[in-house]
Ligand binder design. Structure first.
Ligand SMILES: Nc1ncnc2c1ncn2[C@@H]1O[C@H](COP(=O)(O)OP(=O)(O)OP(=O)(O)O)[C@@H](O)[C@H]1O
Ligand SMILES: [Mg+2]
Ligand SMILES: [Zn+2]
Length: 269
């Protein structure tokens, strides 16, 4: 979209997320009379590469457009829950503000609560959303089950069919998962502990830890309660700041509200 700026010249500034490469992923430099093409630091090329190979969503449909700012803290019923939610939101906001410096440390979050539906996934995804829009960093979302399913789908002779087109081998898939700059691993702890699962998680998390990639975990278990290998648990401790979520289900509260609205409507109130 072309428009006039203050001094009267046309500008295409608002049309691109990255002005440097105009969202093409490459920009040109002139040197010694030659023109060279360079991969842009905004990471467009890397994002496209990953988008093509990893089946996981960038952001699940249910949470599209959700931001940390519109994460509510007054919907919890007890003051203790509201305080926990406020603290989690405050930390998330500060994390995004200071993301450029924090990302060098490789530290993410570990959101946990024994109660389901308390907002863990909602806030984790909101952080990813905000980081994508504000810093244009590539982010992905996957439940542990999706990660394990995609790994399993690379096994066996017909993996080529199941991954449409390019055959995906397990090593490359794991390398891809390691290289996602920001990864939300949702619901860690639901998987049944098995040797092959421990081994894959170890490879993924160890790789991400060494490369200082940001991982945000959600779980119904505290880190110490996870039924995974100690060496995995140790790595999670190193990679993420544990944050307790309220022991209260907003999912149930929303369901109750929806049902009562529906009832009112049906009764013509
Ligand atoms: N603080 C909040 N503000 C707005 N909506 C919320 C909030 N917390 C939860 N919700 C909504 O409630 C539903 C459940 O939240 P969410 O999926 O984040 O829970 P969870 O803690 O990840 O649950 P589970 O343990 O089952 O994975 C979602 O639809 C979410 O959008
Ligand atoms: Mg969840
Ligand atoms: Zn760019």
């Amino acid at each position: 979209m072309k428009r006039l700026n203050g001094s009267g010249e046309t500008t295409e500034k608002t049309a691109y997320k990255c002005q440097k490469c105009r969202d093409s992923g490459y920009y040109e430099i002139e040197k010694d009379g030659y023109t060279y093409s360079r991969e842009c630091e905004c990471g467009k090329i890397q994002r496209d590469r990953l988008a093509g190979r990893l089946r996981f969503a960038t952001i699940p449909k249910e949470f599209e457009g959700q931001t940390v700012d519109n994460f509510q803290t007054d919907c919890y019923s007890t003051s203790q829950s509201r305080e926990l939610a406020k603290l989690a939101k405050h930390l998330a906001k500060q994390y995004i503000e200071q993301f450029q410096e924090i990302k060098e440390t490789g530290k993410g979050f570990y959101f946990h609560s024994g109660v389901k539906g308390s907002g863990k996934t909602r806030l984790a995804v909101s952080i990813a959303n905000d980081i994508i829009t504000r810093y244009m960093v590539g982010a992905k979302f996957a439940t542990t089950i999706q990660i394990l399913d995609q790994i399993k789908s690379t096994w066996g002779e017909n993996s080529r069919e199941r991954n449409a087109g390019e055959p995906v081998n397990e090593h490359r898939l794991i390398d891809d998962i390691i290289s996602v700059p920001v990864l939300v691993i949702d619901d860690i702890g639901v998987e049944k502990p098995k040797d092959w699962i421990n081994e894959r998680f170890y490879n993924i998390l160890n790789g991400r830890m060494i490369e200082k990639r940001i991982t945000i975990f959600t779980s119904n278990y505290r880190i110490g309660e996870l039924q995974l290998d100690d060496r995995i648990v140790n790595r999670i401790e190193k990679m993420a700041l544990p944050i307790e979520f309220p022991a209260e289900s907003i999912r149930s509260a929303i369901a109750r509200k929806e049902n009562s609205d529906l009832l009112d409507r049906l009764l013509g109130k």
